[in-house]
Design a protein around this ligand. Sequence first.
Ligand code: EPZ
Length: 418
Amino acid sequence: MSEAFVIEPAGELHGSVTIGGAKNSALKLIAASLLADGVTTLRNVPAIDDIATMLELVETMGASVSREPGAVVIDTSPGVEPVAPYELVRRMRASVIVLGPLLARFGRARIAMPGGCNLGARPIDLHLKGLEEMGVEFNSSHGYLDAKVDRLRGSNVTLEFPSVGATENIVMAAVGADGPTVLENAAREPEITDLVTMLNRMGAHITGVGTSTLRIEPAEQFGSVEHEVVADRIEAGTFIAATGIAGGEVELKGARYDDLAIAISKFCEAGLLISATADGIWVKASERARPTDVATLPFPGFATDLQPQAVALLSTSGGTSVVTENLFDGRFMYTEELVRMGADIRTDGRHAVVRGVDRLEGAPVTAPDLRAGAALVVAGLVAEGETVVSGAEHIDRGYEDFAGKLRALGASIERRPA
Ligand code: EPZ
């Protein structure tokens, strides 16, 4: 049954919150487990719906999956049928990330074509182009993409744009190729560093980690591995925005300051105090936010996945900010919901002009996607009266116990049937 988050303003946030493993890393590490002949043990795996979907996908293919609290063990030895069915790809677009590992291991894959998405058009042409340069042939019919290759060829591949998913698919294919691959203009997100670290532990030899040129030497074989998922920088950034809007002082345990450096500098421009601690990030907000301009960019730039939460914060600042979305078309749709809460936001293509208002008003609103949903909850922390954010299932895809974690910091938030 569909549920809603119900939020009432309850003053400042205080205390500490533990940041979980990164959704966008754990998903790819689960896909990488398809390369192994043995067992992959992943620790610090968040209990969120997208992870459940990815585990269901590898299970559907034949792997055996066992879940322990915070960890999953994936064993591919029962055999894997390299087919990603429509029911699962439809639920989660990121399922296409199994393409690279399946081609590396089986030389073939059959994947339902990912459909439309509420972040605007999200093609996979860069994934396919890179894999074609490695010898893969694609055919699409009846809603499925069939990929096959006799021997994957190590190649020089240059991405037109540092796409996260294309980088990951090409790297995971290249570890099973004949000969080395050099990938130029690769994405540099911390989640890619996490994936490369695990692939190296499994037997690959990839250098250039964290830079835009990756040199990938294939693995002779892929051994069993145990790996801890990197902390979720987007969950951490969401709690920074929440503290910024509500005021207060919060410690984000396990969060990694360096993975958020540019976002942190922007939040500091907006008046927050933020520093690294021995075990995370400390954030304090004691004044109304100041306006600041934000432009999203691939890592290490300001993450598009924090753009809606930043807009929520800036919508209550003491001035006007211009926010530019450079990654996705259609990632400002949620601003209409913030406007229903009294925000003053005008959008024009890639730009949003956010004029800070003195107060937001609680209202029934709908989460159109994961991060926008989180932003509406964040706005609800200070909106007068009751805010009801329906579409909780979007938020559940990527935040583990979002309401519980906010409540532990002093927020008034609960779930109820929508
Ligand atoms: C990843 O998506 C994340 N998802 C997204 O997180 C995140 O917003 C995005 O990277 C950017 O940081 C996962 O990791 C599962 P891209 P991905 O390929 O890999 C265009 C969240 O809320 N493009 O870097 O799909 C594309 O349309 C989410 O957790 C092509 O044109 O991102 C987009 O405009 C949602 N052709 C841009 O590049 C392609 O072949 C960035 O996409 C591939 C991408």
